[in-house]
Design a protein around this ligand. Structure first.
Ligand SMILES: CC(C)(COP(=O)(O)OP(=O)(O)OC[C@H]1O[C@@H](n2cnc3c(N)ncnc32)[C@H](O)[C@@H]1OP(=O)(O)O)[C@@H](O)C(=O)NCCC(=O)NCCS
Length: 181
């Protein structure tokens, strides 16, 4: 299976591998508990950076940095990694609050999605989020993914109780018909 071939470029952003120099930009938003409220791994800390750097500068990388061309800084990242089923990949996103609500997550995710179907020839793209996170499921819907399920109380969060989960997906044949822009 072909891996993501980087960099990918859109009108406003470049998506590329993480480098150790990106740590301050990354922590400026991923270190913010408000931004990471619906991320199962929680807030990122400086202590996690050595392991994060080792993974995300290797062929096992799962997070890809989104660089704003004009601002010349990392403003978010797209997660993209194989899921359990054959030729099926999962996508996710986290963006700095100062760059949210400008269509940037959708723009970056669409570039990864189009590359995944158009170049890697994946069979299916999936994405999950919590119902209380409309910004995330709006991105899924703007990309053309379909809501396939609403799992009730399926993720245990300790003191936070159980989270529900929305499950979205898009098949290659659907992308051919209506996902491609
Ligand atoms: C989810 C996230 C990446 C979206 O980034 P973004 O760049 O703002 O996304 P876009 O601008 O492309 O689209 C966001 C959409 O959600 C909508 N939206 C944002 N906040 C919303 C809210 N509180 N209620 C309803 N809709 C909301 C926006 O209006 C937009 O939809 P529209 O284009 O139809 O108006 C960003 O909010 C984020 O980083 N959140 C914190 C991390 C996170 O929760 N990641 C997802 C985990 S599953």
């Amino acid at each position: 299976m072909t891996a993501l071939q980087l960099p990918l470029e859109t009108e406003r952003v470049v998506i590329r591998r993480f480098t150790p120099d990106d740590a301050p930009d990354l922590l400026s938003y991923a270190g913010d508990p408000a931004v990471m409220a619906w991320i199962p791994q929680g807030t990122m800390t400086v202590n996690e950076m050595p392991n994060y750097t080792a993974v995300n500068t290797s062929d096992e990388a799962a997070d890809f940095m989104v660089v704003h061309k004009r601002a010349r800084r990392v403003i978010g990242h797209i997660s993209f990694h194989p899921w359990f089923a054959e030729n099926t990949w999962e996508i996710g996103w986290v963006f700095h609050p100062a760059y949210q609500r400008q269509g940037l997550a959708t723009e970056a995710a669409r570039a990864v999605m189009d590359h995944a179907f158009g170049v890697m020839h994946i069979h299916r793209l999936i994405a999950t989020c919590q119902p209380q996170n409309p910004a995330s499921w709006r991105v899924m819907e703007k990309l053309g993914l379909r809501r396939e399920g609403h799992f009730l109380r399926c993720i245990y969060r300790g003191d936070d109780g159980w989270w529900d989960e929305y499950f979205y997906a898009l098949l290659a044949e659907e992308w051919e018909k209506r996902g491609k822009r």
